[in-house]
Unconditional design. Structure first.
Ligand code: MEZ
Length: 534
């Protein structure tokens, strides 16, 4: 059971005392200038000292966070191995690296096109950020909405940096994505007459968030996983891709795999390869906690980069405004934005609502950091500080039972520690949630490396430099299917030449020429939480 400190209890009383007065009031949105100011002063992406310039590779001269630079310029795990590429352990049409929502969607679509598909995943199928997504998936499929409106919201939220052709695909394919999922068996929240229930997210001008309570990602992943199993698609689990293989024409042609338990090295030859390895939260950029699953270590970015694929906006990360700040056992865990969509306000130590809670994520996270760091209005927590998210307002607005019905996962997550979010506010602080940038793709999903496709969080450019809520579950479906459809057609024309890892040696030479002699094994594969002092 969580025991509040005296200071926290005293502050909570002020939140309770001001609740009635705050109830029903909507705080004004910030002006463009105010947003720019708070971002420049408080968003972690603006901290220059957290970044360094890349010395080698397709983004040479560009800046990335130190933690990512260490891996992009780290030492390939295959350099010290003798690997026989002449006799592959697997030979497939489409190799999908990653077993989350994007990888599964890609595999299903490629399989639909007759391809012999194999998914390789370092944990189990479905151990992915997809399964951890809570609040929902956007699609403009109501009469008062349109893909054009969805485009404008996401383009503004992304600071007008989204790659237009990718964003166009995202929003125009969104209604179809919902229908596809619905047909596969996803249990979306629906009204009695079968209409989908939709809500707002930060930065949306229409209610277009479709959800499955606050288990949206888990429900979507359950359905995709069933479909992969029903189709009998080969899944090699507990096995990581540690390097891409090319053929002598420089085209992607497979991957070197490592069994995570036995460390056995295996070779997969493939006519096309889809990277769907997800995000990077477990790199804990700038020391932030994360809402991500354990495998989120940017592996796909490293593999793709060494193979010659360019990164787009790798310097922009998403810090979800509301990670749990107490109790310490769930520090950094996601408190879905849906909590704010349903009416919870962000409140400081004196019981004052300090901002409109549905500003875009980057603005909201920065404002929370400002409230704590500059204004001194945060509440001390075990791991740092936080602000209140006043959840009891949800029941006042929506009626008794709303929390149980709409956000049961939140009720349970805090309930385990004796915190009843229907009656008490909760403490939150930004948590590392999403990698806005990633590998650059064309609208068919292919990188600049022939036959190498990317889908899901490993892609950069769809969301510009800041993603809106619910556009990630959408992008894993739209771009997962897209990559699977493209790779599932392309393989039919591919003739793989002799396999080679010469690009890895060339990259290593580039590193040495640049004076970088790193011994850091790359990709990371899993985080290391072992204590360093014994
Ligand atoms: O898209 C997301 O990141 C999402 C739906 C998260 C959430 O707050 O629930």
């Amino acid at each position: 059971m969580y025991q509040y400190t005296d200071e926290q209890l005293e502050s909570m009383k002020k939140v309770e005392a001001s609740r009635q007065e705050r109830f029903g009031k909507t705080l004004a949105r910030m002006s463009a200038e105010e947003k720019e100011q708070v971002l420049a002063s408080f968003h972690p992406d603006y901290i220059d000292s957290a970044y360094e310039e890349l010395k080698v590779g397709p983004n040479k001269g560009g800046k990335v966070l130190h933690e990512l630079a260490d891996l992009l310029q780290g030492r390939s795990r295959v350099l010290d191995m003798e690997i026989d590429l002449s006799n592959p352990d697997y030979d497939v049409d489409v190799l999908v690296i990653g077993g989350g929502g994007a990888g599964s969607s890609a595999a299903i679509e490629a399989h639909e096109r007759g391809a012999n598909v194999m998914i390789v995943t370092k944990l189990r199928l479905g151990d992915a950020n997809t399964a951890m997504a809570e609040g929902g998936i956007q699609a403009a499929d109501k009469p008062n909405d349109s893909p054009a409106q969805h485009y404008l919201d996401a383009f503004g939220g992304g600071h007008f940096k989204n790659k237009p052709e990718l964003l166009y695909k995202l929003v125009t394919k969104a209604p179809e994505a919902i229908l596809w999922l619905n047909k596969l068996g996803v249990m979306f929240d629906k009204e009695e007459d079968g209409t989908m229930v939709t809500t707002h997210g930060g930065g949306t001008s229409r209610k277009r968030m479709h959800a499955c309570r606050d288990y949206s990602g888990s429900e979507i992943m359950r359905t995709l996983r069933d479909e992969v199993f029903n189709r009998k698609i080969t899944v090699v689990d507990f096995t990581s891709a540690i390097e891409l293989i090319k053929d002598t024409e420089g085209k992607a042609a497979g991957a070197v795999l490592m069994n995570m338990e036995t460390k056995e090295i295996l070779v997969a030859r493939a006519k096309t390869v889809v990277i769907a390895t997800g995000g990077a939260g477990r790199l804990h950029y700038q020391g932030f906690p994360t809402s991500n699953h354990y495998g989120a270590t940017a592996d796909g970015l490293v593999l793709g980069y060494r193979a010659g694929a360019k990164l787009l906006y790798p310097e922009t990360l998403q810090y979800h405004p509301t990670g749990a700040a107490e109790p310490t056992q769930i520090y950094g865990a996601l408190v879905t934005e849906k909590v704010r969509s349903l009416g919870a306000q962000l409140v400081n130590k004196d019981g004052e609502a300090f901002m409109n809670p549905l500003e875009t994520r980057d603005v909201t996270a920065s404002s929370i950091i400002r409230e704590c760091k500059e204004r001194g209005n945060g509440i001390k927590t075990t791991d740092g500080e936080g602000v209140w998210l006043d959840t009891p307002l949800i029941e006042m607005i929506g009626g008794e039972g709303t929390i149980e019905k709409r956000i049961p996962a939140m009720l349970r997550m805090f309930g385990k520690y004796g915190i009843d979010i229907r009656k008490e506010p909760i403490l939150v602080y930004p948590t590392l949630h999403y990698q806005n940038g990633g590998l650059d793709i064309a609208s068919d999903g292919m990188t600049s490396v022939e036959n190498l496709y990317v889908a899901g969080e490993a892609v950069g450019g769809i969301h510009g430099t800041n993603r809106l809520m619910g556009n990630s579950l959408l992008d894993i479906i739209v771009f997962g299917r897209n990559a699977g459809q493209s790779a599932g057609e392309k393989y039919k024309t591919v003739e793989v030449k002799e396999l080679t890892l010469s690009h890895v040696q060339s990259f290593q030479k580039e590193l040495e020429d640049a004076g970088i002699a790193s011994n850091m094994p790359s990709p990371r594969l899993l985080p290391d939480y072992r204590r360093k002092d014994n």
